[in-house]
Design a protein around this ligand. Sequence first.
Ligand code: NI
Length: 177
Amino acid sequence: MAIRPVLRMGDPRLLEKSSSVKKFRTAALKELITDMRDTMASLNGAGLAAPQIGVNLQVVIFGIEGNVRYPDAEEVPFTILINPTLTPVNKEIEEGWEGCLSVPGMRGLVPRFVNLRYQGFDEKGKAIDRTVSDFHARVVQHECDHLAGILYPMRIRDLRNFGFTAELFPGEDIADD
Ligand code: NI
């Protein structure tokens, strides 16, 4: 296990498209997922995508259970999602505040589909097929964007709704990372 450095916005590797995982149950995949879990936990992240630690593969992890960075967020079960496909259930879009471990200390208001079906595989190659909404749907869209080389600031409609966490939410107890 290892906590790996998280690449920050500006690093060109965050803008690349990731390749699909071809083989499951390999030592390399297991090690990658362990490192992602350790890294996300050490930073209290809600999610992490493999390219954020410099690995160009379609692997994301996410989950929120009593997270200090998102104290008011609904709980999302811890999930390992590989080779994901996202399908919006309908056209309903909502804006919500997001942060990212690759954009530390900042938050932005980002439009996302409210209702989302996502499919993919877990670390053993078992199929995942879920239909979710609201914050769960937002987290999945954010993490899977990383696999397409998209960071959330690229989706902000009005850049007045982008800034430093402490300035946007003065007096609120939100982790500054
Ligand atoms: Ni992110």
